[in-house]
Design a binder for this molecule. Sequence first.
Ligand code: SF4
Ligand code: SF4
Length: 1017
Amino acid sequence: MTLAMPLMTYGTLSLRAKRSNPSLANKRYLLIRDKQGCEKTYKKKKFLHSNIIKNLRDMQTNMLPIKPYDCLRSSQEIRLWYEKNYHLLSRAGLWLKGEEPNTMDPALFYQAELRFLICRLSTYRDVSVSISHPLVAQIAQEVAGVFTDFAFLPPPKDLGVMTDAHIPLWVGTTTKEPPGAFDVLGISNSFVLELLNLPKLLHFSGIPLFKNERMMRSDIPLIVLGGASAAVTSVLHGPTQEQDFGNTCGLVDAVFLGEGEYSLKQFLEIVKRGKSAGLSKSEILQACHGKVDGFYEPDKYEHRYQIVVQNPAGTPMEAEITQGNLLEISPKEPYVSYPVRSAVVYDLDQVKTLETGPIWYETEGLGAGSLQISSGCPCFCSFCAESWERKPYRERSLLKLLEALKAAKAQQGLDTVALFSFNFNTHSELYPMILSFYREMDSVSLKSQRFDLLSADRFLAEVQQVIGKTTVSCGMEGISERLRRFLHKNLTEEQIYKACEYLLERGIRELKIFLICTGLEQAEDFEEFGRFVKRLDDLKGMSGSNVRIIFSLTPLYYPPHTPLQFHECLTAIADIKKISRAIERICKLQNMEFRESATHEEIWMTQLLAMGDRRLTAALIRSSITDGFVYYNAIPKQILRNWRAYLMELGLSEENYFCAKGKDHVFPWDDIDLGISKKFLWEEHERSIHFQEREYCLGRPHVEARCLGCGACPTPAQIKKLTHHTISQPFLMEEILRITASKRNKRILRAVVEIESTLRLAPKRFVGVAIARALMLAIPEVVPYYQAVSSSMQYLEEESAIADFTHGMNVYHLSFLSHDTTKKLLDNESLSLRLNRIQEHCRGFRIRECMVDPGDMPEVHGILYKICLPAEFTAPFLQQKLGAYLHANYVRHTLLKREGQTIFQVDPKHRKNAVVLYARIDKTHRTKEADTEFSLYMLASRRFRMQEFLEACYGFERRREIVRTQIEALGYYGKNPVLQQGAQCTSCHTPISEAFLFSQSSGENRCLFCSTQPNPH
Ligand code: SF4
Ligand code: SF4
């Protein structure tokens, strides 16, 4: 579709026209300007026949009858459904289980004054390492009387399962309450593509799509949105009246711009007071203006658009219309700010970083947490949204960070802490921070750092080596200095080379270098890059390094609120394949690895949604609900085709969104102010297209830093703090080496635990981390000395554990630094005295025993399981299946029937290599397991494959039900019964042939057979 020549323009009357003719002020007219510049006004209805209006009507017809999906409204029904059907969900529905440590007790839901559901647009797994939604919960919980729960986008295969059963897609994972039971739904939005999922999540959660309808219903919560991408959400705030959608508008009721530490609390307080005073939702929202920092209510601003008329030679009745630019934005109400200034927390020491984040049921991230050491970035990279949206750069002091570390470590059972920041190596207290964090934690994770700062600090490379950082990532971005100046990267080739030299001489194993494809690459840029990669390869050879060097290329994204907002979106307009192939060739020529981190489709879609305005809401709804697309980390080609068709139908053009814009261009986000003026952005853009850059404003050695006048700092003192910034002196290398040496001296604590069946689907490492948490909460003095969960009787790693949903006995080893405090507090006697206190912090498991320095984890020869299959698995059926399994695995055995039991007595001569050492089918005690008729007791060797056996029992058709089987580990048995040699069973007086390592029953003086006999009581 091509953009029509703007021979005429069309729109609602301009302010100037309204002023000159007040009688027209509230009516909607078409304003037609002909070639000679003469203006005529027409009543809008004359254009009803035109294509655009027709298509809008079609889209409206497709969209407006969308009634919220009929979802279950009772948490009891939802809970019942979950308990019966969890096995149909991905990973047996673990993501919907809830009640993770540090989530709120569901019993508090009903007595809460305000119920707040924190919703994500991505899946539980995808956001399990994110700190944003846990931080929102932590902030909200500081407001008295607020209850929080979480909701996530269901994984792909669960969407259909849930909608078929009328389960709201956004359901409180812990409470199982539907959205309607909450007062506020807070959506945490991290990146633009997530927005594609919003309409579907609202609709299939039973929530009306548009604000006006929601406002009329008191049973629907307020829908607010915040998060890193909240300032790039114009596409959510339509449709507009100009599109003939009546008064419908707004997928969300309000947006929080900027940092939420204060604003969220201000908002929740107002809602809480408003609710108790019986105010309507509209009244509550109105009360937030001027009282909640960064509070933006999109429907309180009118956005007026230009319309371009084709075939102007004919009468207006024959005209074809396409839509043009946004002409003007104006506030509709006197009480709203215009523009709305985003919230900034200038003093990070006054607010908390994340301390009480839930421990999610996901292996990735278990035991690892992040502490936000700084906010914003002092640099001015033109492509970086964070840089421009989060200025000025601020730091949290080491004193506060150490307090936070202590609390977070105990609350989350942490062994690893990541320094969360845009660049950790700008922090003024970096060195004392590394030293003290490294002293307290098993591992310190340093993520992003600037090459230029590293090139001036050889010592930092050395420190990274000592603390075990073997993988380093750095942003080079432009492939040549010219392109880096375009991107305002402030980075020379010499600096990159020097930093690499330091890293390679320190023996790092992997170096990941990020590149950006700008679409402006020319022959000389490729040549320069080729010479650099060759130099890097020579350096690798000279330093004798085996480092794996990976170049990762991303097409340039032109974010709103940055200097690049004015730039032509080259990488969205054309696929950059040719350029990326050329870069790939250069990398591979020198044996470097090359990766692409985003497809053209992803960049196109991101760019369109980011540059898009309120007129795209209709298309967003169409894509999400009518066409059913859900974004799960990929944008298929067909989605692009769909979106191009939507644009055509709406009379919109992608060229219009992607073209270069002038300094007076009206952007859909001009009603918000993120602290940097549009004028400053334009000047930076001008500089960038002339490949010029200025030094950033952070004080550094050998650089005379000065304020560039971006306007983000509120006071001269703040400016001085930045321009005179210094980094504290490094510590002596001996100090950190001493800590490393002390870490070799550890005290091991063994915890024998009994895991309840409610936690049987959680990763095995999860319980280990939860034990560490319980110990640290009960004995705070040991917090600085805890290191990690070092081993477990059952598998710690997810690959092996994925099929292991055993509960019952398990044994964990936790390591602590050996120190006078740990010697005193972690001895067997003190621990047994404190066991009850520790137990108070255990949910879903119970610690039976703690032992200190117990030696290595004993080698296990057999595990005794009790397996309860559903009631329809009869004794003869189990006998037949087990018999067949033993036969297939060459286990020679004799079948005995004794007092209602069926016993598989394994031939003693074959026990050594058998996968099953003993098995017995018993009638189940109905009082304990209601849903099962018979239990199978089985002593299996390490080579036994539970999954395989269960698959044989259930058969292919019922394989998804396998996870319903209750498998309890009753005990572990050793190979060499040295201790038991000669001992006799106190019950049957036969010789004891197994060594009891850990057992649920008192098996020490009884043979295996007697120890597994059901308790007659
Ligand atoms: S250094 Fe540049 S890319 Fe990195 S966070 Fe700062 S502004 Fe963004
Ligand atoms: S106001 Fe000056 S010192 Fe502050 S961030 Fe902007 S350029 Fe830097």
